[in-house]
Design a protein around this ligand. Structure first.
Ligand code: ADP
Length: 384
């Protein structure tokens, strides 16, 4: 007997210590036994206070009564194996406290009807409040982030209009119809135009990143003639590469088709080629399309023999506003947005963008378009 009492006391103090209170429900009479801690948890002086289910309904939050009652009824009817509910009860001060209850059927009649259900309850108000505060903070952060993206989007639009006008009128003046401009004036006009175009590119990047972050970037997939695109980009880049740097297009002899957003794929490849041009003093820049044995394009590789990227820096260059290091940024210009945009656009098209590099040897950026062996490559458009 002595040992039994000690065991019960030990169990009681363990449950009290863990903040758990015992309940025991008689399914026949509807009377609930609750351990003394239940009353103190709710701030009531006398224990045990009214232990009927009717009293539970009286102090339970109106919004929680139905769902909690239904879940308990389902449990007693055998629809769920165990009982688990979170609900609010009014404590002695009139404040709402969150309670978590768990239990199971502990005794059944010969025909399987439940006779007794038992379990524990605990006050989880602090956890619930912390979770609610966290959710509120998350919603607030998301709202602020959306507002920032919308502001960037609007600003970019507003900046483009006057800038286009500046570039346009610089072009008109450069024609020097009245022959009144001197050589130095024309050089200044070139500067205005070049800087205007650079600024426009920067604004376009900011607009793209804002759209991507707001989840508003739209992609239109169609069948794209890839070999023609690469040849076209190669011709464009040949004019921009440093003297002596060779620009090569490595393509198979047949036509290549891929499902992509044409303008966005062009933007991605051009971003890699522009970077290659920027960071390559001598040697070559190659835009290659690697095909499967059956001739379908698998990936586009942009390879250069430029300065390369160290492994520590490589880990960060796909992040927004990340440049390999501020030294190169100062030397070569740029915003650090191109790769972040390229990777996000690739992902939206179902592609991948990866990089391998060796410092002083060169870098390869790879746009993976189809998994080897998968049959997702585009078919040429049907001729009618
Ligand atoms: P940006 O070139 O406008 O700064 P990107 O996001 O396109 O922005 O590139 C981020 C950084 O990655 C660059 O600043 C550069 O340091 C590095 N990088 C990208 N491409 C190359 C390359 N081909 N060779 C060497 N470094 C590169």
């Amino acid at each position: 007997m002595e040992a039994a009492v000690t065991r019960e006391q030990r169990l009681q103090s363990a449950l009290d210590g863990a903040g758990q209170f015992v309940w025991d429900y008689d399914c026949v009479t509807g009377v609930v036994y609750r351990s003394a801690g239940w009353s103190t948890m709710l701030g009531y002086e006398e224990a045990p206070f009214d232990s009927s289910l009717a009293h539970w309904a009286e102090i339970a939050h109106p919004d929680d009564q139905k769902i909690t009652y239904e879940s308990f009824r389902d449990f007693l009817e055998g629809k769920s194996e165990s009982h688990h509910a979170e609900y609010r009860l009014r404590d002695a001060t009139g404040a709402w406290r969150w309670i978590e209850s768990k239990g199971r059927i502990v005794e059944r009649a010969a025909d399987g009807r439940p006779l007794r259900a038992a379990g524990t309850s605990a006050d989880v108000t602090d956890r619930k409040n912390a979770a609610a505060a966290l959710e509120l903070a998350k919603q607030e952060a998301e709202r602020a982030s959306r507002a920032k993206s919308e502001f960037l989007e609007t600003m970019s639009h507003e900046l483009r209009t006057p800038l286009n006008s500046i570039i346009g009128f610089a072009n008109v003046l450069k024609r020097n119809r009245s022959k009144s401009l001197e050589a130095s004036d024309l050089t200044y006009l070139d500067r205005i135009r070049e800087n205007g175009v650079a600024l426009l590119r920067l604004i376009d990047d900011v607009l793209d990143i804002a759209k991507i972050e707001a989840g508003r970037m739209e992609i239109t997939m169609s069948t794209v003639r890839l070999d023609a695109m690469i040849r076209d980009l190669k011709a464009q880049c040949e004019r921009q590469a440093r003297p002596g740097v060779q620009v090569i297009a490595e393509l198979p002899g047949h036509s290549l088709y891929v499902r992509a957003d044409e303008l966005r794929l062009r933007q991605i490849v051009l971003n890699q080629l522009s970077n290659a041009i920027k960071f390559t003093e001598s040697g070559s820049i190659t835009a290659a399309v690697v095909c499967s044995p059956t001739g379908e394009p698998l990936r586009i590789e942009v390879r250069d023999t430029g300065i390369g990227i160290s492994p520590e820096r490589a880990a960060r260059i796909f992040e927004t506003f990340e440049q390999a290091d501020t030294g190169t940024a100062r030397l070569y210009g740029g915003t650090g947005l191109g790769l972040a945009i390229s990777r996000a656009l690739c992902e939206q098209m179902g592609f991948t963008l990866t990089m391998t590099s060796e410092v002083g040897v060169g870098s390869t950026f790879t746009i993976g378009m189809t998994e080897p062996g998968s049959a997702t490559a585009a078919q040429p458009p049907q001729s009618r």
